[in-house]
Design a protein around this ligand. Structure first.
Ligand code: TXA
Ligand code: MG
Length: 357
């Protein structure tokens, strides 16, 4: 299926007169897909009520049909249309974090959202994005918008419109370009079991923030390796069992207490790969960048500012691809705050190839 992808540039500070958003909304209401910016990553939106429209998302992404989509709303009252009971804890999370990078898995009302958007589950993942363009688009559509990240399945999520075009040009109806997204990693997905907030995917809202709402926060998807088995056997969030965020080259993550040891091991892995003919890449932090010799070196910013690392990670992974790097060694980061999500994505990108020093 090849189609002409419409391209609109919109002011990230939002210009309410901009007709592009209305045009994009019309395209969505006619059953097509449109990529749009959110505060996390670009999403690929379609009318969540329409089986055919949602099917177009799965086709464009090459996404397995058992991996459900996140449904986006612009107003809390939209939930009444398609969500069953909202528990007290869910309600408090919504009050505290919406609009923002928190997705809640809630009971779905049958016959509202198209079953292919929820992969036939009796729950629906919902969020309200904190981006003026996303909110205006959803509002202009007047319906819930199903939107996974706007990348080909398995590739790093798009944090810039160029990334979307790299993966999906000719496969989607249109794209609203409002420049780079802010957070750069996806929303935190949570499910509530009695009073426990269960993190299915770490993301833009950290554990520490969730603990303000309930002291019972648990995390299925941590950055550690032991988790892999867990995920493979019984993923509560179906998407977590698939390879994700992967660059084309092979990737290895090195973690340890002493930076000298970590960077020395990283360099020795680069040297070894170089000897066997690889084009080598290093993914590190400002503090250590000068320690490496490799074909292509990318810094995620200071180790003391992991928000920057989050915003740069996916673009960095795509840069290695553009440079045809075949072996990447990456430096692990602390897992506080957004660091948990950064490590989670790094390990997934590496297919859990991991060295602990
Ligand atoms: O930041 C984000 O969340 C971005 C932007 C575009 O909003 N969206 C995004 O969607 O990351 P996607 O489809 O790439 O990831 C959705 C995740 C998957 O891991 C999926 O399995 C999980 O949410 N999910 C969706 N519905 C679910 C459900 N009913 N129960 C459990 N997990 C669910
Ligand atoms: Mg995704």
């Amino acid at each position: 299926m090849n189609t002409m992808t419409k391209y609109w540039t919109v002011d990230p500070f939002y210009d309410p007169q901009n007709p592009s958003i209305q045009e994009a909304a019309q395209l969505i209401l006619s059953g097509q897909t449109v990529a749009f910016p959110t505060e996390t990553v670009y999403g690929l939106g379609a009318d969540a009520r329409s089986k055919e429209a949602v099917e177009r998302i799965f086709q464009a992404k090459g996404r397995p049909s058992d991996n459900p989509l996140i449904v986006h709303v612009a107003k809390r009252s939209q939930l009444d249309l398609f969500v069953g009971e909202v528990s007290e804890t869910a309600s408090r999370l919504i009050d505290e974090f919406w609009p923002g990078p928190l997705t809640l898995v809630l009971p779905v009302k049958e016959g509202t959202i198209s079953p292919n958007a929820t992969a036939g589950l009796n729950t629906v993942a919902v969020r309200m994005p904190d981006h003026p363009v996303a909110l205006s688009l959803i509002e202009a559509c007047g319906c819930p918008i199903a939107a996974p990240s706007a990348n080909r399945s398995g590739k790093p999520s798009p944090t810039r419109a160029e990334h979307v075009l790299e993966d999906l040009q000719g496969l989607i109806g249109g794209i609203l370009d409002a420049g780079p997204t802010g957070i750069g990693l996806e929303s935190t997905v949570v499910e509530l079991r009695s009073r426990t907030i269960h993190i299915l995917r770490p993301g833009g809202i950290g554990v520490e923030q969730l603990q303000k709402i309930s002291s019972n926060v648990s995390c299925e998807e941590s950055g550690d390796r032991g988790h892999q088995a867990n995920e493979a056997h019984n993923p509560r969030s179906p998407g977590m069992k698939y390879t994700h965020y992967a660059p084309a080259g092979e990737m290895l993550v090195v973690q340890g207490t002493f930076p000298e040891q970590v960077t020395a091991r990283m360099q020795s892995e680069v040297d070894k790969a170089k000897r066997s003919g690889a084009k080598t890449g290093v993914l590190t932090f400002d503090e250590h960048v000068s320690r490496f010799h490799a074909d292509f070196i990318v810094s995620l910013g200071s180790k003391d500012h992991l928000e920057t690392a989050a915003s740069r990670l996916y673009d960095a992974l795509r840069q290695f691809d553009r440079e045809n790097v075949t072996f990447i060694v990456a430096e692990a980061c602390p897992q506080d705050g957004i660091g948990l999500a950064v490590m989670n994505r790094m390990l997934k990108a590496a297919g859990y190839r991991f060295v602990q020093m």
